[in-house]
Write a protein that binds this ligand. Structure first.
Ligand code: PHE
Ligand code: NA
Length: 453
């Protein structure tokens, strides 16, 4: 087995890693997926469980992943093998690295379709193609955009090419620069939309939907969905954060970094919810409208607000950039692995992976037109890619990360990597050893119905 030298590239500036990890985590998960899942699972209860999962599982697991990446200095497979061996344990733990890379690939295969929606909406916004004055009109625009596989495939292919081109060049400089204006830009856009919502009616209903806690909605599947989404939104268990952590300079604080990223991510998700649900209620739309939710609702608000045309263009531009900085991170692990362990040049690795990715993502894209009834247990290819990753692979991968960091690695090693003050380290260790793994297991088994309903 080849053990390769650690990569020499590190993030450029002091904020390099924070920017890149924020770029990875803030994305369609926050603005597209969080609202539509909240809508589907009935609002406040889902949101509350999601927030609890971020705090009790997401943050400690993210710290563990960054520590694993930095200690192992490599792609998930190599880094995990290296740290496990260093602690005198079996290299077989690297199976979690394989699963993470596969998971990142699978997420990207359906993510490019949604990113394609975003870019096509940017194009429509620029060319005046989003003119409709009713929910039905907007739904028709969304359906039209999906109906023709050549049209939809064009946009997802464009996103695939852009992603692979950037990853092929090496990720650092471009990401650091684009996140620096994308993040504040996105927050400003959402703030504008929230202010508009405050004056346009529907704000109270939206707020209530997001934050009113109804214990009846706490079903096993809803709780698993919320936990899975906590992993998804923080880019965990998919190779992204671990691989970025491999480029983190030794002296930077993992604890502070993680908190910054998690706070930004949560802020953007909640702001997105506050911007979107008022529009939905003000226009009498069903919050459980599924993956098209933001595309069918937001343009209505833009059509009504002053300077809406400009806001709309800027918003979809920000959304596309946010999607791209996330997309890049999903495939960085695989490309880094081909590069470091197999000596394949980055560019070739990226295009090679890109071709396979394009094939799978095309199947996902067809789920919205000619492949709409290629279903298994009622789920399309698109649905399966989403379901398998966020309900199965991410929770399992998170469990693996927690066990690795909590029990496999030697205590001194983890301690040195995290560099937390004594009390904080003890708390983190308790959570990563017992709280996170047990929570993941219970939620998982409960949703499967093994613990009885
Ligand atoms: N966190 C990203 C988002 O919220 C999605 C993502 C998942 C990115 C997995 C990387 C890895 O959009
Ligand atoms: Na996110």
């Amino acid at each position: 087995m080849t053990d390769t030298a650690p990569p020499k590239t590190l993030w450029l500036g002091r904020w390099g890693f924070v920017l890149a990890a924020t770029g990875s985590s803030v994305g369609l998960g926050n603005i597209w997926k969080f609202p539509y899942m909240t809508g589907e699972y009935g609002g406040g209860a889902f949101v509350l469980v999601y927030l609890l999962c971020i705090a009790a599982i997401g943050v400690p697991v993210m710290m563990a992943e960054i520590a694993l990446g930095r200690r192992g200095r490599g792609s998930p497979v190599d880094a995990i093998r290296r740290v496990a061996r260093e602690s005198g344990r079996s290299g077989l733990w690297s199976a979690f690295g394989w699963m993470a890379m596969l998971c990142g690939f699978m997420v990207l295969s359906f993510y490019v379709v949604v990113a394609g929606w975003s870019v096509s909406y940017l194009w429509k916004a620029v060319t005046g193609g989003l003119q409709a004055d009713s929910v039905d009109g907007m739904a028709a625009i969304f359906a039209d955009n999906n109906a023709n596989p050549w049209n939809l495939g064009f946009w997802s292919t464009l996103v695939t090419i852009a992603t692979m081109a950037i990853v092929g060049k090496g990720v650092q400089a471009g990401i650091e620069r684009s996140v620096r204006w994308m993040m504040p830009g996105l927050v400003v856009m959402l703030a504008i939309m929230i202010v508009y919502a405050l004056f346009s009616g529907g704000f109270g209903a939206g707020f209530h939907f997001l934050f009113a806690f109804d214990p009846q909605k706490l079903t096993g599947p809803a709780v698993l969905a919320a936990m899975g989404h906590a992993f998804f939104t923080l880019s965990l268990a998919s190779g992204a954060i671990l691989t970025y952590g491999a480029y983190l300079p030794a002296q930077q604080s993992i604890g502070r970094t993680t908190l910054t990223v998690a706070l930004c991510d949560t802020l953007v998700a909640l702001m997105a919810g506050l911007a979107i649900f008022p529009v939905i209620f003000a226009n009498g739309m069903d919050p459980a409208s599924g993956p098209g939710l933001i595309f069918m609702s937001l343009p209505l608000a833009f059509a009504q607000m002053p300077f809406g045309g400009v806001v709309e263009v800027v918003f979809f531009l920000m959304l596309a950039v946010a999607a791209l900085t996330s997309a890049i991170s999903m495939i960085e692990a695989t490309v880094a692995w081909l590069n470091q362990s197999h000596g394949i040049a980055r560019r070739q690795a990226a295009w090679g992976v890109g071709i396979v990715l394009w094939l799978v993502s095309t199947l996902a894209m067809l789920s919205f037109n000619i492949g709409a009834d290629w279903t298994l247990a009622g789920k399309t290819v698109f649905d399966w890619l989403d379901f398998l990753t966020s309900r199965l692979m991410m929770p399992l991968g998170g469990l693996g990360t927690a066990l690795l960091a909590g029990f496999v690695l030697r205590r001194e090693v983890v301690r040195e990597e995290l560099g937390l003050p004594g009390g904080a380290f003890a708390l983190w260790q308790f959570v990563i050893r017992y709280v996170s793994p047990l929570a993941i297991l219970v939620v998982f088994l409960d949703a499967l119905g093994w613990l009885g309903a």
